[in-house]
Design a protein around this ligand. Structure first.
Ligand code: ZN
Length: 361
């Protein structure tokens, strides 16, 4: 009703055509803020988490990603191909597009490619999951070892791919149901500084894509709204895979979604489907304030997008060292976080039922 009243006021001021567009914008903004996730029953939760498979993720996604993959490298090409072929093989029918460009870096002009995958591009609103697939560049003279960035960010990208595979059927059903909210995946290139972090030497891919999305009309053909307006919530995963991950709160505007993750963690703990998880809450801490961390969300945050930044704080002890590799990953927490994230996404996308099933059913 509030949206309707505001729209009625606007009618007297501007032409009917542009009013309709503004009404749509106001309505969409309010829909985003008021969006309510559904709550899966215990049996539904059990069947959702039973579909994820850590060994499959390890074999099919993580291993192919644990290569040197700085922008322009052959490893980067291989990982791009892996992401595209994985999404292309799924039943849900993802629309996959690339955002390729050259940018000036301390090492000269380098090529960058972001990958964007959208479940239903025609949907009015999008829940975004994002990660960066590039690895930090270390010149060969460092000590001959290779930096493969397991937590930074091969694991987060693998978690997103595993989610699409494990929940392929459910995501297809959501798409086929004509839901107003769809899922969009952003795989950024060039998050890392090539030489030393500055505003110019960092976030190459996210800066480029945020600008591009801000100038791309959504829905297609409109003049007043763009692809950033379509984002309900931008969930960025980074530095995940080390032991004892903790996610604090950087943004009061999205506290309720961090609380939602904590609620899912509690529910899955109560069902006994989380491993090595002695306390009902170990990962998500909405009441714990964390200062702003520079990462791929910044170009989106600066344009008014609502952010949920899932980054381990403190950072993993292996952060930006050659020990950020497969041997130092914590399988249990990755598996648990896969389950929590998959429930979060399905509950977010699923239309809230008129007669919700009680949580303890
Ligand atoms: Zn990094």
């Amino acid at each position: 009703m509030a949206a309707l009243k505001r729209c009625m006021c606007l009618l007297s001021l501007i032409s009917i055509i542009s009013t309709r567009t503004l009404c749509d914008t106001v309505t969409r903004r309010e829909e985003k803020l008021k969006h309510e996730a559904s709550t899966l029953s215990s049996s539904e939760l059990r069947s959702v988490v039973a579909q994820t498979d850590l060994d499959r993720m390890w074999q099919d996604d993580l291993k192919p990603m644990l290569v040197v993959r700085y922008p322009g490298s052959s490893g980067s090409q291989a990982v791009q191909q892996h992401i595209k072929s994985t999404l292309g093989s799924l039943k849900a029918g993802w629309e996959v597009t690339e955002d390729s460009f050259y940018a000036h870096t301390p090492y000269g002009q380098l090529p960058f490619t972001n990958i964007m995958a959208t479940l239903n591009p025609a949907a009015k609103r999008q829940l975004v999951l994002a990660c960066h697939y590039d690895s930090k560049y270390y010149p060969p003279q460092w000590d001959g070892r290779e930096f493969v960035g397991a937590t930074d960010s091969a694991v987060p990208c693998s978690m997103i791919l595993e989610l699409t595979r494990a929940q392929d059927e459910e995501l297809k059903m959501t798409k086929d149901s004509g839901s107003e909210v769809s899922l969009q995946l952003l795989f950024f290139d060039g998050e890392e500084a090539l030489y030393q972090w500055t505003s110019e030497d960092s976030l190459y891919g996210s800066r480029h894509l945020a600008h591009r999305m801000s100038t791309t009309a959504h829905p297609p053909g409109t003049t007043n709204t763009n692809q950033l307006d379509a984002i309900d919530l931008f969930v960025l995963l980074d530095l995940i895979g080390g032991p004892d991950p903790r996610f604090g709160n950087q943004f009061s505007s999205t506290t309720r979604w961090l609380s939602r993750l904590q609620n899912i963690e509690r529910r899955l703990h109560a069902l006994g489907v989380l491993e090595n998880h002695p306390n009902e809450v170990q990962y998500f801490w909405p009441s714990q304030h964390v200062g702003l961390i520079l990462d791929d969300h910044i170009p989106f945050l600066n344009r008014g997008v609502r952010i949920l930044h899932l980054i381990s704080t403190p950072f993993p002890t292996v952060w930006h060292t050659f020990d950020d590799n497969q041997e130092n990953l914590d399988r249990s927490s990755i598996n648990n976080l896969n389950k929590i994230l998959q429930v979060f996404v399905l509950e977010y996308l699923k239309k809230k039922s008129q007669n919700p099933v009680p949580e303890d059913s």
